[in-house]
Design a protein around this ligand. Structure first.
Ligand code: MN
Length: 730
């Protein structure tokens, strides 16, 4: 743009413009920027000129235009504030300095810090909103030329535009600038989403172009017939605002796009109301959609009447009815009021509209500058990440997910129930595993079953917090069913042993002492072994004492043959750990379920074992256990379990043998000595009623492993007094 062109542009709307001032600014900035080049290779000076041109479109005063021409001189050239003050006066100097300050703010930092900077930014410019307006024009030109910027800077600039500048332009009522900023940033940040929406819009236009023209014609015709001179304009749909509505309201593209928007521009306010009358008497109005922003304008001075009717062709038609003046304000906001007349004193009398607009702007700035700025950012900051993927449901609902998201994430993003019952997926019509990573534009159909709990393993396969939380909740519900019953049993038994009466009401009252949120939590924790039942008893009866050492006793009558299985009933308290916290050397066990050895099962490391899955967890049996017969018909309860001998420590395991000796003095001594010499413990022994020649004695032993046990059995069999040795298993 040449020098004379700038002056021309300003004079077109302001014949009294200070030509000399504009010319001096042109020359000053041109000299200051000298041979500097923009990233595009253009002379740098072209940038402030373009910024000034944007502001002339908005019909700003001389000072604003001049400050726009000079806006990068303090920052990027040798020029100083003093120099500018001397040549252009303190008012313009102040504006340029304000812009310099804004440029130095860095928005690249984290969210909270960004809000803080934003607050500072607004406080800094609150004394003169023109700084903000120039900044917006500066940003708009930078966005228009974003492709020339270094790659690494583009994303940040576009994100700031979307987060901060575009919403601000909107708040100031400058819809035109807002739309352009939004769309430029959207196109850069989410090219795939943008392209998808544009393509669909194009499709729609092809499909519905004739219909829209017909509706417009009929509207024009109806208004003309009733004597209202008006201009009917179809409203251009903006890709970004469509995307945002889809995101915010979780509605599909189709739901959004089958509503047609028209703008009716008339000359006078009276015509606005007459037009509403025509619309409502010609077509049925959709209830709840009538808004009169003429009698009560929005805070940013937006005025218009909105209504929706079932219009020509039984289409829902959205109408915005307003005067040309109102339209200008809607498009240009505060700028339309030519609020800032130049300092020479050409200011026109301030009318009600102007002061309202100014008040609105001030209130906006004050609200933004207050401590609520974080909240404001939260609402205007759209959760956009560069590394997103955009997928569609079969009905066309857009689902935005972080890159790397799987079909499982997609299912949970649609609805928690969909996620919990997902069993498969069809991606673009083809069957695909649920763990498939999704790509932009994928259409995903989730195949569901009637009822299902998601496998806990999904937890590690998803990338969205929503899916993870839902999976955890669902597995937690399952855990509640699984552990809750077990925990309740254990607690009730503990109360029985303590000779106290269990009451849920009392337990509820004792929850704070147990640091648990609910009675269910207590049961689950006890069931999982994360809380001792004796602690639960003590929380209600603080005087209760129990020697925890011997391990959980088995209630009389439950103990198999001999009523003696004292230490054999091991309940492992911590998943993956034994009673004393030592790791359990088992493989193939899901540690989310309680694992216990069968009472009197006698399994020892190294021998073949199986797990039996039941409501109460997994019970480990040696393969020779006679108890397994009961499960022969329910093979789905059987679990492949192996000893993890690498992890085995020198821990003693309980097991039982039945030794038949000759009924003679000293026989029992020989057996006991042999066991003792081999380093095994005798936990208990019990005589079984038998004939006079032989004596059957059950030994409860503690051994290290199957080799240890076999050695003992072999040595016992070697003794003349021993007739028979067999292993017992309940
Ligand atoms: Mn600039």
């Amino acid at each position: 743009m040449r020098q004379y062109e700038l002056v021309e542009r300003v004079r077109r709307y302001n014949p009294d413009a200070n030509e000399d001032l504009l010319n001096r600014a042109y020359v000053f900035a041109m000299k200051a920027h000298g041979t500097q080049k923009r990233a595009s290779g253009d002379p740098f000076f072209s940038h402030p000129l373009e910024v000034a041109a944007i502001l002339t479109d908005l019909k700003f005063d001389d000072a604003t235009i001049v400050a726009a021409v000079l806006h990068d001189t303090i920052e990027d050239t040798a020029a100083t504030r003093e120099e500018i003050d001397k040549v252009f006066g303190a008012e313009i100097g102040g504006l340029v300095e304000g812009l310099t300050k804004l440029n130095r703010l860095d928005f690249a930092s984290k969210h909270a810090q960004q809000a803080e900077n934003f607050r500072k930014l607004l406080l800094a410019i609150a004394d003169d909103a023109r700084v903000l307006l120039i900044k917006l024009a500066d940003r708009l030109h930078n966005m228009r030329t974003l492709n020339f910027m270094p790659e690494d800077k583009r994303a940040r600039i576009a994100q700031d535009t979307l987060d901060i500048y575009a919403p601000l332009a909107g708040r100031m009522g400058m819809q035109g600038m807002r739309s352009e900023l939004d769309d430029l940033a959207f196109r850069y940040l989410m090219p795939d989403a943008c392209e998808l929406i544009m393509a669909r819009l194009e499709e729609l236009k092809k499909k519905n172009g004739a219909l829209i023209a017909r509706i417009a014609d009929e509207l024009t015709d109806q208004f003309a017939r009733r004597g209202i001179k008006c201009e009917v304009k179809g409203r251009q749909k903006q890709a970004y605002s469509i995307w945002r509505k889809m995101e915010r309201n979780s509605i599909s593209f189709e739901q959004l796009s089958d509503i047609y928007g028209f703008r009716i521009l008339v000359d006078t306010v009276a015509d606005c109301y007459a037009a509403v009358g025509v619309a409502h008497t010609t077509w049925p109005a959709v209830p709840g959609r009538f808004k009169d922003y003429i009698s009560t304008p929005k805070q940013n001075d937006y005025r218009s009447i909105h209504t929706t009717v079932i219009g020509p062709g039984s289409q829902r038609v959205e109408l915005q009815i307003r005067t040309y003046d109102m339209h200008e304000i809607a498009e240009y906001g505060v700028a339309a009021h030519a609020l800032y007349k130049d300092s020479a004193g050409h200011a026109e009398p301030v009318d009600a509209g102007e002061s309202r607009a100014y008040r609105g702007l001030r209130q906006t700035i004050e609200a933004l500058a207050s401590d609520d700025s974080e909240k404001f950012l939260e609402h205007t900051k759209l959760e956009l990440f560069q590394d997103q993927v955009f997928c569609f449901t079969p009905k066309g609902r857009l689902i935005a997910l972080p890159r790397g998201a799987t079909a499982i994430d997609f299912a949970y993003a649609v609805h928690t129930d969909v996620g919990n019952s997902a069993v498969g997926a069809k991606i673009n019509g083809r069957i695909a595993p649920l763990i498939s990573t999704l790509r932009n534009g994928d259409e995903v159909l989730i195949v569901r079953s009637d009822s299902r709990t998601p496998p806990a393993a999904w937890d590690s396969l998803v990338v969205t917090g929503r899916a993870r939380a839902a999976i955890r909740r669902a597995t937690r519900e399952a855990a509640k069913a699984q552990y809750g019953g077990l925990g309740r049993q254990i607690v009730e038994r503990a109360f029985g042993r303590a000779g106290r009466k269990f009451s849920e009401a009392k337990l509820k009252a004792a929850l704070p002492r147990l640091a648990r949120a609910s009675v269910d939590d207590v049961f689950i924790n006890v069931g999982r072994g994360e809380l001792y039942s004796s602690d639960v008893v003590r929380a209600i009866y603080p005087d209760f004492q129990e020697d925890r050492k011997p391990g959980p006793a088995v209630a009389p009558g439950e103990s198999g043959w001999f009523g003696l299985a004292k230490a054999a009933n091991l309940v492992f308290r911590v998943p993956g750990k034994g009673e004393n916290g030592e790791p359990l050397p088992l493989r193939g066990v899901d540690w989310d379920t309680p694992v216990r050895f069968a009472p009197n099962g006698g399994a020892v490391p190294g021998e073949r074992i199986v797990g039996i899955r039941s409501d109460q967890g997994i019970t480990i049996y040696p393969i020779h256990s006679s108890a397994l017969v009961a499960y022969d018909d329910n093979l789905d309860q059987w679990l492949d379990v192996r000893w993890d001998l690498d992890a085995a420590t020198k821990t003693l395991y309980p097991t039982q043998i039945l030794v038949t000796t000759l009924n003679e003095p000293g026989a029992l001594g020989v057996v006991a000595t042999t066991i003792g010499e081999n380093g095994a413990n005798i936990d208990n022994l019990q005589f079984k009623p038998s004939g006079s020649d032989f004596r059957e004695v059950r030994f409860d032993l503690q051994v290290f492993d199957i080799q240890h046990l076999n050695t003992i059995i072999a040595q016992l069999r070697d003794k003349p007094v021993v007739a028979k040795v067999e292993r017992l298993s309940g």
